[in-house]
Design a protein. Structure first.
Length: 752
């Protein structure tokens, strides 16, 4: 079983208490509330805590920004983790900068990062501002705001594979150059954020992304125009580089990142072509090389987005779809990779919903990863249902999960507006319930579901502002209208009362859909709510609430009286960042989807009101998910030039300079034929040159020599007499790791 990302139980009383929990015994030693962050009661409501999944610590989720500091440290903007992760030059994790949020020092997303020579870190924040941090992570200041005037920005927060966070940053001298992506323009600031000016106005660039500056040249990845645009530092247009969209060697397809090395070579993260493209320096920026193709193996790329070059000329690429950083030399030879993937079993990317079956198995809706992860009571992974993005997905955005009496899982796919029913025995979907729309039995942006003891499914049909009811077989039962936008739902076992989180309160309905009362009011004090999310009822019909906006869990009595609360904003045990779901299983484990910390926290309740566990059929392990496939890239572009055109007889070889634009194995063969008319009725003499085979890296040129045997040399001398004119006919084959082989024939005039 996968165990990655799990920490051991953290005691709040004594070691024997944890042993008692593991054995299912009552724990009588209860710690004081001081042991529980944010607790409001005298005693802590839980005796031990643990987590599955890891917020950061080298685990990457959609890394799409990278910069190398003056000391060689590598700064990675990790979009779905909402932090900057810092690595040593060798790839060892060092520290984190930032936390999810929109306040000072908080990050909604990271579209770009740049380092100044004094080790100041600039971050393009999805809140449409630029944050300045020290290398240690202290916020120095922020500048910029949402808008279209000079100094105002529109980056966009992004949303995973299909919606990257915007922005591009480059420091040169006393200026910061900014790709203002959604405003289709380039701005320049002083390093303190002052003197903002628009140096390239809208109308020429389309969604500009990466930007690099060297000397008087500014190179911008002109994303939706499928090219690079080159300006001087005042914004005067100089030329374009590349053309597209297309997959041919000199074409680009949504170029995202751009970087320059000390010699002025240009490196481009060619996002949708799954490769890196290299051009020569100014003024011509001649096409030189490419490397990479779609895949997960060493050297493969999946939607590369950002690129940086260090002082030694090594190229750092955010292998975004593979959740890692790949480091290449300038010819595309992989040097190393670092970063653990947030897609492996046991890691999460924006977990939203949690549910448990009658045996104590818990299921987590791992929303951005497009899957359900099932956990044993000890927090290890039992199995995974669905398939992680990117790739063909079964469920696009799972946000909630519930089980029927037999242990089959009902997964709410918010994006498809359907309920997918997963068979317990196989782990595969067997049917769907509902569809997108506003009509009978249809849903729009649904967010939560619950199944009562009678087998009725209750769905918070959020954008239609109603509750839908279905049987587990999929039959439509009815609707409760005009409920408001529901974010969480819980139902008593008999279906007599339904609890729906709406706005900043909980609305309670009877079985007929009549409103009975409301629980909670807007606020931050005990008993008040801020953006409550998913809900859970224990067997005493106490209501547990994921109080998302207050970063805590609250418990209310059936009449709405607040009973307890715990949790506070943070990244430690018992702390949360926008918790979205809460569940209590038959073992008395309270599970919280700690959304923006990308983890699940588990708390052993001291006095749980839970039913006894009962055995269910084994969990199915579905086959490995499909992988995303793309057409093969084009074959290598081969260049062949003769080195010496004369004196072949004395050299006894034909010297050629050969290269491929991508790594290849090149094989060359050829013949030499006399060009002069043979004497009498003799045929023109033709001899073979010996085969040569070499391995080349991208853009590497090498001299090869096709040798002439002594026997062939004597034959040519006799046939030619005093003439030395020969025709060399060459056959060159180049095979790259991906794509079709390239075969070319070439004729050269040479002299013996």
């Amino acid at each position: 079983m996968a165990r990655r990302g799990r920490t051991s139980l953290i005691p709040h009383a004594s070691a024997w208490a944890i042993c008692a929990v593991a054995l299912g015994l009552a724990v009588s030693a209860t710690p004081a509330a001081a042991a529980c962050p944010g607790a409001t009661s005298v005693l802590c409501p839980y005796s031990a805590a643990s987590q599955t999944g890891q917020r950061g610590g080298g685990v990457l989720r959609f890394p799409q920004a990278v910069a190398v500091g003056p000391d060689g440290a590598v700064y990675v903007g990790d979009q779905a983790s909402h932090i900057i992760q810092v690595f040593s030059p060798t790839g060892a994790f060092l520290r984190e900068i930032g936390i999810a949020g929109s306040g000072p020092g908080e990050l909604t997303s990271v579209g770009a990062v740049a380092m100044a020579p004094d080790n100041t870190l600039f971050v393009a924040n999805g809140s449409n501002r630029i944050d300045r941090f020290s290398a240690a992570g202290q916020l120095l200041d922020s500048f910029g705001s949402t808008g279209v005037n000079p100094g105002e920005l529109h980056f966009g927060a992004g949303g995973g594979n299909s919606a990257a966070a915007g922005g591009g940053l480059a420091v040169s001298g006393n200026f910061l150059f900014v790709s203002d992506s959604a405003n289709d323009r380039l701005q320049r600031f002083s390093l303190d954020g002052s003197q903002a000016s628009v140096i390239v106005a809208p109308g020429f660039l389309a969604n500009p992304r990466g930007v690099a500056v060297q000397g008087s040249r500014v190179v911008v990845a002109d994303d939706q125009n499928h090219r690079l645009a080159v300006f001087d530092t005042a914004g005067r247009f100089l030329r374009t580089v590349g053309k597209g969209p297309g997959v041919l060697p000199k074409q680009l397809n949504f170029p995202f990142g751009v970087a320059l090395d000390a010699a002025g070579r240009v490196f481009v993260a060619d996002d949708m072509n799954q490769r890196v493209v290299r051009y020569g320096p100014k003024p011509r920026y001649k096409y030189r090389a490419r490397w990479g193709s779609y895949g997960t193996g060493p050297g493969n790329l999946a939607f590369p987005r950002a690129i940086a070059v260090d002082a030694a000329g090594l190229v750092y690429v955010t292998n975004t779809g593979n959740d890692r950083i790949d480091v290449f030399d300038r010819s595309g030879v992989l040097q190393r990779s670092f970063g653990a993937s947030g897609r492996v079993a046991g890691q999460f990317d924006t977990p939203i919903g949690v549910g448990s079956d009658a045996s104590g198995v818990r299921a987590v809706a791992d929303s951005f990863n497009g899957r359900i992860q099932l956990l044993w009571p000890n927090g290890t992974i039992a199995t995974v249902w669905g398939s992680p993005a990117p790739g063909p997905t079964i469920i696009l955005r799972p946000v909630a999960v519930a089980f029927d009496a037999a242990g089959n899982a009902y997964v709410l796919d918010q994006r498809r507006a359907k309920i997918f029913v997963f068979d317990r025995a196989t782990g595969l979907p067997v049917r769907t319930i509902g569809d997108r729309g506003q009509g009978t039995g249809q849903m729009a942006d649904p967010y939560a579901l619950a199944i009562d003891a009678t087998g009725v499914i209750h769905v918070a049909d959020s954008n239609n502002q109603r509750i839908l009811r279905f049987t587990t077989a999929g039959a439509y039962l009815g609707v409760v209208k005009r409920t408001g936008v529901g974010r969480g739902i819980a139902v008593t076992p008999d279906g007599a009362r339904t609890y729906l989180s709406v706005g900043n309160h909980i609305t309670v309905f009877d079985a007929a859909g009549n409103e009975l009362r409301r629980i909670g009011k807007t606020g931050t004090s005990f008993g008040r709510l801020k953006q409550p999310n998913h809900l859970e009822l224990d067997t005493s019909e106490n209501l547990w609430v994921a109080d998302r906006g207050n970063n805590r869990i609250q418990k209310f009595a059936a009449d709405g009286t607040p009973l307890l609360a715990f949790g506070e904003r943070g990244t430690g045990p018992g702390q949360f960042v926008r918790p979205t779901s809460v569940d209590i299983d038959c073992n008395g484990l309270l599970t919280v989807a700690d959304r923006d910390n990308n983890r699940v926290q588990q708390f052993q309740l001291v006095a749980p009101a839970v039913p006894p566990c009962r055995p269910l059929a084994p969990l199915g392990n579905p086959p490995r998910p499909q992988t995303f496939t793309l057409p093969e890239p084009p074959g290598p572009v081969v260049a062949v030039k003769k080195v010496h055109a004369s004196n072949l007889f004395s050299r006894r070889s034909l010297a050629l300079r050969v290269s491929c634009d991508t790594s290849c194995q090149l094989t060359a063969t050829g013949t030499l034929t006399q060009r002069s008319k043979p004497r009498g009725k003799h045929k023109r003499a033709t001899v073979s040159l010996r085969r040569v085979r070499v391995n080349l890296t991208a853009a590497q040129s090498q001299i090869i020599r096709l040798k002439l045997s002594r026997k062939s040399l004597r034959r040519l001398r006799r046939a030619l007499g005093s003439s030395r004119s020969l025709l060399a006919t060459l056959q060159i084959t180049a095979i790259a790791p991906d794509g079709e082989p390239t075969e070319i024939s070439k004729r050269l005039q040479v002299l013996g």
